[in-house]
Design a protein around this ligand. Structure first.
Ligand code: SAM
Length: 202
């Protein structure tokens, strides 16, 4: 697990400017805050959202020890809770959570979440559990999300493109999960499109 975290961090960092100062980052399902800490240590202004109180307690403690200024919010991600965020983010980290959202809140709600995230974030790093991971492993969630067949990469790419305002969705790396490649996507929206949406929303 640790190895997958460091590898994903490396992929994300290689897709960001070397100086993260001034970058507003939102990490969803942040767990004990691994990505939050690594990005905040490099100068980003980070907010982490996690629904498990025990994990938030640990994250806040480590935040104190590192003397960082990360905002850890105890909340359950949903399309409504995203609408409550009044800020815009340069980077949204949305890793290994979407399949849980589909399982617990349904496909329609998961699509609303993708759409709302593309409205508050300029760039999103996205990965999710893939149904091909369930081929040789018994994974509860893999039977509760739509079957991606033998083209998980294309399935996820289309899902984000169709159900969000991101107009560039490209694989920027992959890590091994349950014996297969779990793809990591960089999703972006053109600045012009973002401006237009802000104008329409006003
Ligand atoms: C599989 S872990 C992924 C952790 C981290 N994002 C990563 O990729 O290493 C999913 C995390 O999301 C949290 N979570 C699950 N559903 C959530 C929701 N609806 N809102 C916020 N956090 C949620 C879980 O408690 C867990 O910490």
């Amino acid at each position: 697990m640790k190895e997958r975290c460091t590898k994903r961090l490396r992929i994300i960092l290689s897709n960001l400017p070397s100086n993260l100062k001034g970058l507003n980052v939102l990490d969803l399902g942040c767990n004990v805050g691994y990505f939050c800490f690594e990005l905040a240590k490099r100068g980003a202004k980070v907010t982490g959202i996690e629904e498990r109180p025990d994990l938030i307690v640990i994250a806040r403690k480590v935040n104190e020890i590192y003397d960082l200024d990360i905002k850890f919010i105890l909340a359950t991600l949903s399309s409504d809770s995203i609408s409550d965020l009044d800020q815009r983010y340069d980077v949204v980290i949305y890793l290994s959570l979407h399949h849980h959202i589909i399982k617990t809140q349904g496909l329609e709600e998961s699509r609303k979440i993708l759409n709302n995230l593309s409205r508050i974030g300029q760039t999103m790093f996205f990965e999710m559990g893939q149904t091909n991971e369930g081929k040789n492993f018994s994974l509860d969630w893999a039977t509760r999300i739509p079957d991606m067949g033998d083209r998980p990469k294309e399935w996820m790419r289309e899902e984000v493109l169709i159900h969000s305002e991101f107009n560039s969705v490209v694989v920027c790396g992959a890590t091994k999960s349950h014996g297969v490649d779990r793809f990591l996507f960089k999703c972006e929206r053109s600045r012009l499109k973002q401006k237009l949406i802000q104008v329409v929303q006003k």
